[in-house]
Write a protein that binds this ligand. Structure first.
Ligand code: DGL
Length: 265
């Protein structure tokens, strides 16, 4: 057993990684947490591959230098499916990525029609094609990319009201595709989306199971930090890459996830 104060660094473009943080906290309740939201680069889902492949490793390099974490969790499907290889090559510590939970979805589906709901950048990645070819070759896989749903999750966590029609319009893009009436399992392939699971459930045209990667990532982080003991959980720290007025409205949500301190990088 080694005692240390090194934190786990959890990274996303915004609040989406909090859905992963909740799972990590459940398994590693005493681990110190630095949660970084790259709000200056938000939304990642509308960015090009080249932009993200340059931005994410550079930013994580700065964060690692500053906070000296035990490991990094990229709690973002968009950043992981595009930049995970670049980040691992640039950093000299374990990096856990978040990729769409296509394998468990294919295992769970009875109708053999599954959905992948992610950001526009994620759903077009070759990484996703490969997951489908490897784990869901006998399934019809419907994909839909939505920036709107990411924005709805950001608004919800700032305490702003969001209307069911807005969620319904997003789901139309998935369930309205040929075969959508046979969907029984939908991968929430963006870490923002588990934050609005109830809203999605309420407007889905028929019941489906929603599957995300959060619990699997937490298990991986716990495995990689096995043998480590943290004495007591200090207050978690939320780091943003730029000041913006809406951060005040995020305070209650951050506190809910144990992030009592805030700083701007
Ligand atoms: N939370 C991120 C993901 O898992 C992306 C959100 C964004 O578009 O910035 O893909």
């Amino acid at each position: 057993m080694s005692r240390s104060r090194k934190p786990l660094l959890v990274f996303d473009s915004g609040v989406g990684g909090l859905s992963v943080l909740a799972e990590i906290r459940a398994l590693l309740p005493t681990a110190p947490i630095v949660y970084c939201a790259d709000n200056a680069g938000f939304p990642y889902g509308a960015k090009s591959e080249a932009e993200l492949a340059a931005r994410v490793p550079a930013l994580l390099g700065r964060l690692v230098e500053r906070y000296d974490p035990l490991l990094v969790v990229i709690a973002c499907n968009t950043a992981s499916t595009i930049a995970l290889g670049h980040v691992r090559a640039a950093l000299d510590l374990p990096v856990v990525g978040t990729v769409p939970a296509i394998k468990p979805a294919a295992l769970a589906s009875k109708t053999r029609v599954i959905g992948v709901l992610g950001t526009p950048a994620t759903v077009r990645q070759a990484y996703v094609d490969n997951l489908v070819a490897e784990f869901a070759a006998d399934c019809t896989v419907l994909r839909h990319g939505s920036v709107e749903l990411v924005v709805l999750a950001e608004q919800k966590l700032r305490g702003q009201p969001t209307a069911p029609e807005a969620y319904r319009a997003v789901l139309d893009g998935l369930f309205g595709q040929p075969g959508g009436d046979r969907l029984d399992t939908v991968v929430l392939a963006c870490t923002h989306f588990p934050l609005v699971r109830e809203e999605l459930t309420a407007v889905a045209p028929h019941p489906v199971q929603w599957i995300d990667s959060g619990a699997g990532i937490a298990r991986r982080a716990a495995h990689l930090s096995a043998g480590h003991v943290w004495q007591d959980a200090p207050q978690g720290l939320a780091v943003f890459t730029r000041h913006d007025d809406s951060l005040v409205a995020l305070r209650p949500a951050l506190l809910h996830y144990g992030l009592a301190q805030m700083e701007i990088l």
